[in-house]
Design a protein around this ligand. Structure first.
Ligand SMILES: [Zn+2]
Length: 366
């Protein structure tokens, strides 16, 4: 038995479900905080868990370069290394090779590149990516794909997608089955519905434990993202989890859940927390703004996070102006709590059959 998934309730295309992994159960729809280099930046693992999160993302690219996958494996795997007892999804490294590495060369075998840290030469093949994620001990492993740049000519999108499909087959073959641990395939095809459908057919034909929609949220805009989902999601199996990679803003999450997506990850809440941006149900609050300097009120009186319970806007403003580490810590905790609360509210709305009215209320409050 690999990763289990059960749909508990439906509301339109949206699903309320539960994932079962070797490191516990996860209620979906779920947002997964990003733990890039074996840490969710500015958070302790206890703080991450206190938001309600039961799964985080680890980045293969960063961890393979530093401290090294073999080292983490020898130290007992990523869960033990980073003191996170709950589930971990690792990405394949493909996206960050494309966005961070220097002098990369893509060939049929895989991608060779130089580290952005020290210029050392590395090769990432589907087999190596899967082996690294095995060493890390991922509950959910991702197939290696090529994230096609946007915009790109249709022929380039098509041949890139076809390469990703061949890599998906090799990734699936390289994956070793273990109880509670599974592998997800990734759809590519840019913004072209026919290519997306061909990709869906190929990936579901190979057969994975879950399906990710990749290559979106890279500049195409929300309307286009949603159009791709409208065309693609119905082609995915009902009984498997669906993961929209790298998305997104709160409104993106609401729209994608309504279109049948179950899982998300994005650096937005953590990155914003380190730049004094607080995400709230009334939009983004910039704590650096002088209007907060004398405000004794909490950031959000309805939020139960440490930042909102214990501190004033004036203090959070002071911390951000003074460049204090605690400012990043508190606002990251708040932003992750906001995302966790948003997902929990959507799960309740799906159970109650009221997701449409929740979404309408969400839009008018923003
Ligand atoms: Zn808060």
């Amino acid at each position: 038995m690999s990763v289990g998934f059960e749909v508990l309730a439906r509301d339109g295309a949206a699903r309320r479900g539960r994932l079962r992994t070797a490191h516990g159960e996860i209620d979906t729809p779920v947002f997964m905080p990003v733990g890039t280099a074996g840490t969710v930046k500015a958070m302790t693992p206890e703080g991450v868990a206190a938001t309600g999160a039961r799964i985080v993302l680890g980045n293969t690219y960063h961890l393979m370069l530093r401290p090294g996958a073999e080292r983490i494996g020898a130290l007992g795997g990523l869960h033990l290394f980073m003191n996170w007892p709950h589930a971990i999804l690792t990405d394949s490294g493909g996206f960050q090779v494309m966005s961070l590495a220097a002098r990369r060369t893509i060939a049929e075998a895989g991608v060779t590149f130089r580290s952005h840290l020290d210029g050392s030469l590395h090769e990432l093949t589907p087999e190596r990516s899967i082996a690294i994620q095995h060493l890390l001990g991922a509950d959910i492993t991702m197939a290696l794909d090529e994230c096609t740049p946007y915009p790109a000519p249709r022929e380039a999108v098509e041949s890139s997608m076809e390469l990703s499909m061949r890599w998906a087959e090799r990734s699936r073959r390289a994956f070793r089955e273990r109880p509670g641990q599974g592998i997800f395939g990734i759809l590519q095809g840019g913004v072209h519905s026919d290519l997306r459908l061909r990709s869906a057919e190929r990936v579901t034909g190979i057969g994975f434990d879950g399906y990710a929609v990749g290559g979106l949220a890279i500049g195409e805009g929300q309307e286009t993202t949603f159009a791709v989902l409208d065309a693609t999601v119905p082609a995915l199996p009902e009984d498997r989890p669906r993961y929209l990679m790298g998305v997104g803003k709160p409104a993106d999450l609401v729209g994608a859940v309504m279109r049948g997506i179950d899982m998300f990850d994005c650096v937005l809440p953590t990155r914003s927390g380190r730049t004094a941006q607080a995400l709230t149900r009334r939009g983004v609050v910039n704590l650096r703004n002088a209007r907060h300097a004398d405000d004794p009120a909490p950031l959000d009186p309805e939020c139960a996070c440490p930042a909102c319970v214990g501190y004033s806007r004036a203090y959070l403003h002071h911390l951000s102006r003074a460049g204090e580490i605690l400012g990043s810590m508190l606002l990251t905790a708040h932003n992750l709590q906001y995302y966790a609360d948003l997902m929990a509210a959507m799960r309740s709305a799906i159970e109650a059959g009221s997701l449409s009215s929740f979404a309408a209320g969400f839009e008018s409050a923003a």
